[in-house]
Design a protein around this ligand. Structure first.
Ligand SMILES: C[S@@+](CC[C@H](N)C(=O)[O-])C[C@H]1O[C@@H](n2cnc3c(N)ncnc32)[C@H](O)[C@@H]1O
Length: 269
């Protein structure tokens, strides 16, 4: 078997094993709330991006897809009358119910099928999916489901972990290689260790093509967490970092600079 064939087989196994990421967020030893301690810069950068993309918009029914414990749900609810928080993890949904109990306009739904957006066709005005596509080796089927669930002209904000970010691009350049088109397993999984959930980085160009193939037209995007760097975090105030972040998100989108790209897409026929 060639290396290429071995890699293809590995990807196939991972694709069939979506249960892993679900088990990971249900695991009593994994604390996703704890992950966010010390990540105020990243959290606030994402909230800035959401606010920019949702500015002057209001929706009747929105969904936080793969919403976890509801970290970004309040920011979405500022622009929606009602929110459905969907997640496969019972643990995350239970934490969300407790953290967001002051909101009477949230429905909590557990999804137990892969690539399933659990609502009828043409029913959502807005769907937001942040930090979920990094668990999807092939997000095309999920995009198809998102398009099915959105009303005509409905909007979605879809975030991806960006393989083509500036630092990586320099790395590929040094090796005289292009940024790969396909999704790239990262972290422990990349080293063939199988005891953790799969994580994937994506190429924004491939993602844009996949969106178009699935009737999702990109109408805007932002480059997010552009200053994510330990040295900067230690030497610059968070206020200053966030002011720069706010300024640069729109400017740096043209070169897909940051480690995270937020796409604003519209369902088209
Ligand atoms: C990194 S967390 C992100 C949570 C939230 N969106 C946020 O940004 O804080 C990933 C979430 O996606 C959920 N998830 C994993 N695989 C999924 C899938 N195939 N479809 C939908 N949600 C998934 C997990 O249960 C987890 O709550």
């Amino acid at each position: 078997m060639t290396t290429k064939e071995k890699n293809t087989n590995k990807t196939r196994t991972l694709n069939n094993n979506n249960q892993e990421s679900i088990a990971y967020y249900d695991d009593k030893n994994h604390d996703y709330e704890e992950f966010w301690v010390g990540r105020d810069y990243e959290h606030n950068s994402e909230i800035i991006a959401l606010k920019k993309l949702l500015r002057n918009k209001h929706f009747s029914l929105a969904m936080d897809y793969g919403g976890g414990y509801g970290r970004i749900s309040p920011a979405i609810l500022e622009h929606a009358d009602r929110l459905i928080l969907v997640d496969p993890s019972i643990k995350q949904l239970n934490i969300a119910k407790e953290r967001l109990k002051q909101y009477a306009n949230i429905d909590y739904v557990r999804v137990d099928k892969k690539n399933c957006v659990p609502v009828a066709d043409n029913s959502l005005d807005l769907l937001v999916m942040v930090r979920v596509s990094h668990h999807l080796a092939e997000p095309g089927d999920t995009f198809k489901e998102i398009a099915r669930a959105l009303k005509p002209q409905g909007l979605a904000i879809i975030e991806i972990a960006n393989e083509a970010h500036f630092v990586n691009r320099m790395k590929y350049l040094k090796q005289m290689k292009n940024v790969p088109k396909q999704s790239i397993p990262i972290g422990k999984r990349a080293n063939g260790i199988t005891d953790s959930t799969p994580f994937y980085n994506h190429n924004p160009k491939t993602i844009t093509n996949l969106m178009v193939e699935n009737n999702l037209q990109v109408i805007d995007k932002l480059s997010v967490s552009n200053l994510r760097n330990q040295y900067l975090k230690e030497h610059m105030s968070i206020q200053r970092m966030l002011a720069l972040e706010k300024f640069f998100q729109g400017k740096l989108k043209v070169v897909d600079f940051g480690p995270s790209i937020f796409f604003l897409v519209k369902k088209v026929e």
